[in-house]
Design a protein around this ligand. Sequence first.
Ligand SMILES: CN(C)c1ccc(C(=O)NN)cc1
Length: 327
Amino acid sequence: CQTGEVAADPQLYDQSYLSPVTIGNSELMLDFDTGSADLWCFSTESPAAQSAGHGLYNPSTGTELDGAFWDITYGDQSAASGNVFADKVVVGGVTATKQAVEAATSVSYEFTEDVASDGLLGLAFSSINTILPQPQTTFFDTVRNSLAKAVFTVDLKKGAAGSYTFGYIDSSKYSGAITYVPVNTANGFWQFTADGYSAGGSDSSTGRGGVAIADTGTSLLYLPASVAKAYYSGIQGATFDFRQGGYTIPCSATPPDFNVAIGGKTFTVPGSYINYAPLRAGSSTCFGGIQADTGIGFSIFGDVFLKAVYAVFDDSGSSPRLGFAAQ
Ligand SMILES: CN(C)c1ccc(C(=O)NN)cc1
């Protein structure tokens, strides 16, 4: 029965969180992503112009999956593609002896520029793994039956190292009870229903809830346009800046806390988490941590929300469920 824990190191402005993973005989820093289901990394096969500054996987330690290839495009239109090897992958002591490792032969500039990240480790459902002609399992699905309990947990923090655990829940990491809600796996995501939203101390609802996914690979909190609009209407100097692609606020603002009702419990995102980051270094205008989910089709509970809670991704029962507790 395997269990393990690995650090989640925040990058600048908590834009992403990176964790050490041993693949073959190299240790790489990967972006654990509950919103996708591919484990891919820069490799010795990647063009030097694209992989400069990144740790590389050398497939010589693996066994090529003949004829298998992968090609993924993320919500922000970033993309990567390549071929596939079976190799040993170790995360916090949890070992997958023959994990499908997707070696990149091409990546878009967003990944080239994200020099701290050597790739992604997908933790969504294997049904959306992009390997063809035969999709392969995520790391979690590969090791699931060998774990003490088929769960992983997410404990991200603002501006500090958090952790991911596999195979157990650590009761020292949260306060109060864990509230569980059912997950709909039809789209391959950890998808659930949020009950409602409100801002500040008042319970003045900013809107009814809706369908949402828990996505560690997305930095911000994307909510229905009406909720985002109502939230920023309470902040002096807040505006929707279409040239910046979303709501901005004065960096001097102290946004109100944001409350989310899930499973009958209320979880609070401190207002300071929503004063996300200056548009450019030194700017006095900041990008908002809450943005509209227009065009996506569901809300995305990214790191701005997840770093306010302890989250349990539980596939140990008859159907998957998500648990949330206050940190
Ligand atoms: C460009 N990079 C680092 C990305 C990383 C993750 C994602 C994503 O949508 N994950 N759910 C998009 C882009």
